[in-house]
Design a protein around this ligand. Sequence first.
Ligand code: G4P
Length: 532
Amino acid sequence: MNLTEEINKRRTFAIISHPDAGKTTLTEKLLLFGGAIQTAGAVKSNKITKTATSDFMEIEKQRGISVATSVMAFNYSGIKINLLDTPGHKDFAEDTYRTLTAVDSVVLVIDCVNGVEAQTEKLMAVCRMRNTPVIVFINKMDREGRDPFDLMDEIEEKLNIRVRPLSWPIGIGRTFQGVYNLHKKSLNLFEASKTKLAKDIITIDDLNNAELETQIGEEAAATLRENVELLDGVYDTFDTETYLSGEVAPVFFGSAFNNFGVQELLDTFITISPFPKSRTTDHRMVEPLEEKFSGFIFKIHANIDPRHRDRIAFLRICSGKFERNKFFHHVRLNKNIRFSNPTSFMAQDKSVVEEAFPGDVVGLYDSGNFKIGDTLTEGENIMFKGIPSFSPEIFKELVNKDPMKSKQLEKGIRQLTDEGVAQLFVKDPGNRKIVGTVGELQFEVIQYRLEHEYGASCFFQPLNYHKALWITSDNKAQLEMFLDKKSPYIVTDKDNNYVFLAESAWLLKLAIQDYPEIVFHTTSEFKTAVEV
Ligand code: G4P
């Protein structure tokens, strides 16, 4: 197979959702369809359970298991699908944000009872920044959920994306009878079953056909006709281009638990979802079809079990062909490295790969060479963009408890933050270290790992910051003035960029007003400025 064929047959995506909406269940059903697993329940271990939220060791243990499910590759209808796992636990949201930089599209699962939830909004905001194509799956239609029209409005409003239902439910909860596929003009009737994979699909080209009454009864038939008429009036005809540009999200309804609507979703997914596309670097665009290999590290998984101190760096391949034992250029370190055991993942199994292609993700055993965002090439000095840091939500100062171990502490915190466990900001003078995370759990993880892996002991002093904003300006004088006046709130990030720590939304607003020529960015890649 040549490179074009390899690329065309690959789809790399992630499923995102608010915890409990059904991501794990849907993943499992997709893997069943792909033949990657044989029994239901096989992916459950991947999930960080609610009961474990206060016990991070337990969570780490579960995360350890989830290394194997970081990438779940499977084949379906001749397409190689790479499904990248995203941790559901909100404290690991940064992991998820970074994984989203390595996919070409996403499937968003929404619980029809709860609608759009907090975590969904955050994750979608990241997708919207990159115009990632999104397919929406409204799950749990077997439960008494919200009115589907209301759900459509809520998605458009809260997630800032237009929707186009491609199927429409007939009833909901106890009255749920199935869905009408608006695209294929077929009726898919619901039968609660966890194991059944194939169903009978009834084609009804003309909704006025009396067959509809026979199948779903008079009342439901009348409602469906009405709804479909309304839908055709409200929504534009589905156009794949608007989906690919991230403007319109096609919507499906179903019940992952009952394996209903999943095949429909998968069939549409492989038809419309994008194959690996070109990617931006600091110098130029890289096309997947380029002969020379390139890729970037988007995730590093460290094992905190001292008996297995291996780290796995996950590499997304962007162009050319990755080969085992071939020397590749590590751009940041300016050195050549080869990998003797690059690993591919196939649901629960992992194996050593000889070669991999754009869209694929391989795990590289690492002894500390990699940081999140590192680029590998065949010699060219380029760095992939689009792996920004986002403003953390919780800030604490790292305080050394043992002055004799300050070197160990320095090394440990640098390495842990390179792995992406948390963000490190440094405040001068004094080299004070401020650690920012999206969840409390990370502080426990850092404290534990610093002690057990680096022999350093520390504690965290809570700080009251609202947000971290990356600052730039074309007006040097104003920037100097700002840095001087606000010096108690100025820190630098891992790449020595200036960051302003705002104490409250109100103080941030004031700063924006007082310094009109300074741009306050919400991410480290400076794409998104704060608006007043
Ligand atoms: P998550 O990964 O997004 O966090 O969600 P997960 O798939 O674990 O699903 C959360 C709960 O919702 C699970 O129940 C799951 O069985 C249930 N669920 C998923 N899809 C459907 C559906 O289509 N209909 C209904 N009624 N429930 C669904 P649980 O009780 O928390 O776990 P379990 O005991 O079933 O494993």
